[in-house]
Design a protein around this ligand. Sequence first.
Ligand SMILES: Cc1cc2nc3c(=O)[nH]c(=O)nc-3n(C[C@H](O)[C@H](O)[C@H](O)COP(=O)(O)OP(=O)(O)OC[C@H]3O[C@@H](n4cnc5c(N)ncnc54)[C@H](O)[C@@H]3O)c2cc1C
Length: 473
Amino acid sequence: MIQHSSSILIVGAGFSGALTAIHLLRSTVGQDISITLLDPASRPARGLAYRSDDDNLLLNVPAGNMSAFADAPSHFLEFCQHIDPSINPGSFVSRRLYGRYLEFNLQRAMATQPGRLHVVQDQADEMKTLPGRAGFKIRLASGQYLTAQHVVLAPGHQAPEFPLPLPPGECERVIAPWDFQRMDQLPDNAPVLILGTGHTAVDALFQLTRQALPRKVWMISRRGLLPHAHRLNPVPPPPGQYPSYVGNAPLRTRALLQHLRQEIARQAHAGSDWRDVLNQLRPHTARLWQAMPLTERQRFLRHGMAFWDIHRHRLAPISADRLQVLLETGDVQVLAGRLTAVHRTGHEELQVALMPRGRHPIQTLNVTAIINCTGPRMTIGPNSSPLLQQLLHDGLLLPDTCGLGVQINDQYQPLCSQGGTTLGLWYVGPMLKARHWEAIAVPELRVHTQQLAQQLVRQLTTRSTLPPQAEPV
Ligand SMILES: Cc1cc2nc3c(=O)[nH]c(=O)nc-3n(C[C@H](O)[C@H](O)[C@H](O)COP(=O)(O)OP(=O)(O)OC[C@H]3O[C@@H](n4cnc5c(N)ncnc54)[C@H](O)[C@@H]3O)c2cc1C
C-alpha cells in the first residue's frame, strides 16, 4: 500500500539528510513541493555521530568551525553561547549539544513552513524506478510503500567489516563500535581487544573505562598510530589560494608528502604549527585528489592515509589528555600489527592471535570481547543494507575504483553501471569521499548539502527536465 507521495524523499536523517531538507525548504518557499525525511531513528537530524547523550564525548572540531551553514560561520557558536556565554570559537563542546543544535534547526525549519516536510520513522529497503521517468517507488521495512519524484540518498556510514571470516559462535562476542549498551554490559574488568586506533576506537576505549575500574584493553591497528591532539583554542584559517608547494609538486604520493613535510618545516621555522599547514591545505584537497592519477590515489590509500588521518582528524585537547592518562596506567596498550585468528576458548572467552608489525612472533591474547573499530565499510557488499545492495545490483550505483564508495558526479548524481545517471536520483554523505577525498565532516558536508539542494531545485523547477508527478501505484 502506498503511504504517500512526495516531490522529494530523503533517505536518512543524519546531518546530511537533515541539512539537505533544511536547504530545500529554504529555497522553495511558497512552492508546492513536499519533502519527506525518512529514518528509522527516533530523533531525526542527529544521525550516528550526534545521537549520544553523553557529555563526555566531545566534537573533534572546535565550535567556531561547526556551523551547519557555510554562509553563517558563527551560527553554532551563537547557539552555544545562548547556553553558556563562556564558550568561544576554540571550545570543544559535546556531540550531544551538537545533536541538539541540529534538531533545533530542523524543527525551526519545519515550523516556519508547516506541512511541507514530513518525517517518517522507517527504513527504505528497496527502490525501483517508475515507468516513464515518473520517479521512484520505495519499499519500507514496515511493508509500506512511498513514491517520490526525486530521491536523495543520505544513508551515512556503513558498519565496519570484520577483517576475518568468523564462525557464527564467535560473532556474538564482536561488538559494533557504537553499541555502547553492549559495552556497558560486559563484566567489570573483562579484558577487551579494540580493533583500530582511530577516533572511533578512542570513543570505545572511553566507554569501556568510564567506571574507572582496572580493565586490560588492547588497541591494535596496522601501524598502531593514535590521533594527534588539537591545540588549545584553535581558530579556523582564513580562506586561501591553492598552496603553491602543492601546485609545483609532481602528482605522486611520495613527492606530494615530501613537499608537505618541507612546507611544515618551512612554516615551523617561521613560528607556525604543522596544524596550520594542514588546515590551509584542507579546503583544496578535492582539487588535488581529482588531479592525482588513479595509481597514485591507490598508493596514497595504502601508504599515506594512516599518517594523513592521525594528523588531519585530531582529538579535542581534553580527549587527548584523557587518552594519555589511560595509556599511562599501563592497563591500555596500543599494538601495531594485525589480527590473524579468533577462537572461542571457553564460555566467556576468545583467544585472538595477532601478527605484530615487523619480524616478531605471533602474540596470543585472551579477551572477553572484540570491539570492531576498523572504520566504516566504504564498499557495498553482502553485509551492506538491503537498499544499497539492491541499488548496486540494479546498476543504479557504480562502485568507486579506489573502493571509497560509489561514483557521484559534480551535480551529486550517482553514476549508473550502464553509463549516465538516473534522473531524479541524488546522493550526499561520506561516500563523496570517492570524488572529493575530504567529505565526511561538517565543514565539507555543510557545503555539499547546500549545493545539492541548489542543483535539485534547479532541476525541479526547469520544466523541460521535470519528471511528471508520480501517480499512486
Ligand atoms: C562518532 C562520530 C563522531 C563524529 N564527530 C565529528 C565531529 O566532531 N566533527 C565533524 O565535523 N564531523 C564528525 N563526524 C563526521 C560525521 O560523519 C558527519 O559530521 C555527519 O554526521 C555525517 O552525516 P550523515 O547524515 O551523512 O550520516 P549519518 O550521521 O550516519 O546519518 C545517516 C542516517 O541515515 C539513516 N539510514 C541509513 N540507511 C537508511 C535507510 N535505508 N533508510 C532510512 N534511513 C537510513 C541512519 O539511520 C542514519 O540516521 C563524526 C562521525 C562519527 C561517526
